[in-house]
Design a protein around this ligand. Structure first.
Ligand code: ADP
Ligand code: ASP
Ligand code: MG
Length: 449
């Protein structure tokens, strides 16, 4: 069994959906196909929910109708047989009614979660209809029947594995099982989701829960690049990368992977192959535990970081001080990304500033608090072990004129990260690209490798 996940662009148009069907149907093994919503749809659904929260029902209705019409034109090009076109039309009308049912009502988070789920529900239903039209042996299975999160908000891998194995065993003659990425049921058995970009996480959780042979993430680029292609021109695709390096890069901003998506695969040692839907012949990137060690593998950046500095002379030699600081973050369900300390101050960063006012209020009891916003963490993944001499100087030599706010090194052997102003991010990524991969144009290989 293998798991194949296709992202928003891959299912973003009728032509692309047909490409996905070709890829899936050329796969010899029994497979589970995980689909995202068509590109842009989850953003639209979020806008509609935001309008409902503001009781802007007229505007919400306009957006709902626009989306409905967009889908209507998709199905015209997707299906050639009248029977399937009618089936798809019924599906869209049903979905349209669900969306309109929120007009003139009190909108709650439950409604928002239901609306956000519609993108994946539509794309998977349309794909199943297409597979039926072309005569392929497939079944649609609802992620809501097995993808379950617990009290911590995290997926219950064992429960998921039990439910999914049962579903699969009942369909042992079916070659392709199609399901939704992103959506799940939470601890209260309500519809919920795994946060934006969560379909990668779905694929990895499914793969790990049933111990599949390989997880394939199909997207719009030839695998993991050595740097962020949205901000750096000269990037290249990496052939292979270790689980640990990929996990660091995903967590610290490499958008190609959801931040947590590598963890379940790493825990079960299941290789993850990143592939390009629009260039299936390209090799892509293999994430596995046998990747050859290199000095610098890749660079990523994570935005919207807030730094908090707590200055206190009481900190000097006071055991228990950090514990109390951490408890404030724990109470406010806010996780800390980076931390540095000096004798009289501690600086840390968070990426979710929702509870910042409460956090500051509570921290004020410990000393003077300074807060800085609009920062980015730059993450360098590779062989950052202490015995790899010269690696840190090679990195910082590239950044002579860039003010650096914090540095985190030694936490793991695979990562060095530092904090800069977001306005400096593009310069930093480009300087590092030039400095650490200088012969890029000629050899397409990092100079330090
Ligand atoms: P999907 O909709 O298939 O999940 P995403 O847009 O979430 O696709 O992720 C793919 C995008 O990630 C690429 O188009 C690219 O712009 C961006 N990206 C950011 N960093 C990297 C990186 N290091 N390697 C490859 N792609 C990256
Ligand atoms: N459709 C969801 C999103 O846009 C999940 C995903 O595409 O991975 O965030
Ligand atoms: Mg994605």
């Amino acid at each position: 069994m293998i798991v194949l996940k296709f992202g928003g662009t891959s299912v973003g148009s009728p032509e692309n959906i047909k490409k996905v069907a070709e890829i899936v149907n050329s796969c010899e093994e029994q497979n589970i196909v995980v689909l995202s919503a068509m590109s842009g749809v989850t953003n639209t659904l979020q806008n509609i929910s935001d309008l409902f929260y503001l009781s802007k029902f007229k505007e919400a209705k306009l957006e709902i109708n626009d989306l409905y019409n967009k889908y209507k034109s998709v199905i015209q090009d997707l299906f050639s047989k009248k029977y399937f076109l009618l089936k798809a039309d019924e599906l869209l009308s049903h979905n349209h009614k669900i969306m309109l049912s929120f007009i003139d009502s009190d909108f709650t988070e439950k409604g928002e979660k239901l609306i956000l789920a519609q993108g994946e529900i539509i794309s998977t239903n349309l794909f199943q209809l297409l597979m039926e039209e072309i005569g392929e042996n497939s079944n649609l299975i609802s992620a809501l029947d097995f993808m379950k999160t617990g009290i911590t908000g995290e997926p219950e891998i064992n429960l998921i594995g039990d439910s999914l194995s049962k579903i699969i065993s009942e369909r042992s003659n079916v070659k392709t099982l199609i399901t939704q990425g992103f959506i799940c049921k939470n601890e209260y058995d309500e519809i919920d989701n795994l946060k934006r970009g969560g379909s990668d996480y779905t694929a990895s959780i499914i793969g790990a829960s049933i111990n599949c042979n390989q997880i394939q993430i199909w997207t719009d680029i030839d695998g993991m690049h050595n740097n962020d292609p949205r901000f750096v021109d000269q990037t290249f695709s990496i052939d292979e990368i270790s689980f640990d390096e990929a996990a660091e890069l995903a967590y610290f901003g490499a958008k190609i992977l959801h931040p947590k998506s590598i963890i379940p695969a790493r825990d079960k040692n299941i290789p993850v192959l990143l592939k390009n839907t629009f260039k299936p012949e390209s090799k892509g990137t293999l994430i596995h535990n046998k990747a050859k060690i290199v000095n610098i593998r890749a660079i990523a950046a994570k935005d919207k970081i807030t730094a908090i500095k707590i200055k206190s002379y009481r900190m000097l030699m006071a055991y228990g001080f950090l514990k109390k600081v951490f408890e404030v973050f724990e109470q406010n369900k806010t996780s800390i990304d980076m931390i540095t300390t000096s004798e009289v101050a501690v600086s840390l960063t968070i990426d979710d500033a929702t509870a910042i006012d409460k956090i500051i209020q509570q921290l004020k009891g410990f000393g003077r608090i300074e807060v800085e916003n609009d920062l980015s963490i730059i993450c360098i993944a590779g062989n950052l072990a202490q015995n790899n001499k010269g690696i840190t100087s090679a990195i910082f030599n590239c950044l002579e004129n860039i003010p650096i706010r914090m540095i985190s090194y030694g936490g793991s052997n695979y990562n060095l990260s530092f904090l800069v102003k977001t306005t400096d991010k593009t310069d930093v990524l480009n300087l590092l690209n030039k400095g650490l991969f200088p012969r890029l144009e000629k050899v397409k290989k990092p100079v330090l490798i």
